[in-house]
Design a binder for this molecule. Sequence first.
Ligand SMILES: Nc1ncnc2c1ncn2[C@@H]1O[C@H](COP(=O)(O)OP(=O)(O)O)[C@@H](O)[C@H]1O
Ligand SMILES: [Mg+2]
Length: 327
Amino acid sequence: MIELHHLTKRYGDKLAVDDLSFRIPEGVVTGFLGPNGAGKSTTMRMILDLDRPTAGEVTIDGRRYADVQDPLREIGALLEAKGAHPGRTAYDHLLWMAQSNRIPRERVDQVLDLVGLTAVAKKRARGFSLGMGQRLGIAAALLGDPKILMFDEPVNGLDPEGIVWIRRLMKSLAAEGRTVFVSSHLMSEMALTADHLVVIGRGRLLADLPMAEFIRQNSRSSVRLRTPQPEQLLDALRGAGLSPRPGPDGSWEVTDGDPVLLGDLAAAHGVTLHELSPQQASLEDAFMQMTADSVEYRTDIPGAAATPAPQPAWGSGWDTRQAGKES
Ligand SMILES: Nc1ncnc2c1ncn2[C@@H]1O[C@H](COP(=O)(O)OP(=O)(O)O)[C@@H](O)[C@H]1O
Ligand SMILES: [Mg+2]
């Protein structure tokens, strides 16, 4: 179990992580969700002791990372793809890591097989696609057979097959009883992968709850109505005790409304309808709403969901300290 206690990180004026406290349990996939710039990578770096907290601390089974005896066997992490030296083959990259951590050579073959890279094991990392780079990074994370695994945005830039593969892998690692902590800025991806959800925005904790609970709270449906007689429609709806909200393009929406009753109500008031359609609230929308105030950069298109601009890569590389210093 990983525990964060009032974890805080300040870069100059910028409060990247702001008093975060939560637990990452064993045996489940915990999704770490937040818009770009929310502080996910910074938090993960602090868990791995790659970045020093301004305040607060992280414990791993009650100990600080620095006090963990054999980090590679305890925590495996994929912080950024393309961590391997471009001139080194996949096999040599893993072998060097294994040898510097007293891990038997056979384990290299095992993890190459596990991530599906056996056929290209003797190829140099330089020629690897993004997906192959991710697989190699995951192989490295798995090398010490650790009981805690962290993946920072592992599906970024992957093709659909690679995404499904990573999703299955994370679930199977959790099913083996391991702690799996995975970040993403995509709610749709987390909904398919995570059992537990931690949401942050601008470095602050916004939610910490089981995925099923988040879905239950946020999957309320609504009915969208469109009419050339909006005043009459609104009178009829409000007269029936309903609270219509403005929807896109001049439409109106009624939460938990019944399309049949709404159609009858409009007809009884002589209101012409041009649209009467049930809407399923998406989890992505719920996430956007939750984090709306914490998106760093947004494109101000009226009515459009806020889209965070890409963040610069801060080039952490995955954990070279764990790996034993790459030249
Ligand atoms: N090394 C750094 N120096 C200065 N600012 C940083 C550094 N690393 C991250 N930040 C800033 O901290 C905030 C959180 O960044 P990050 O943890 O990368 O977010 P996320 O991974 O959620 O996209 C951002 O505003 C980012 O610009
Ligand atoms: Mg990040």
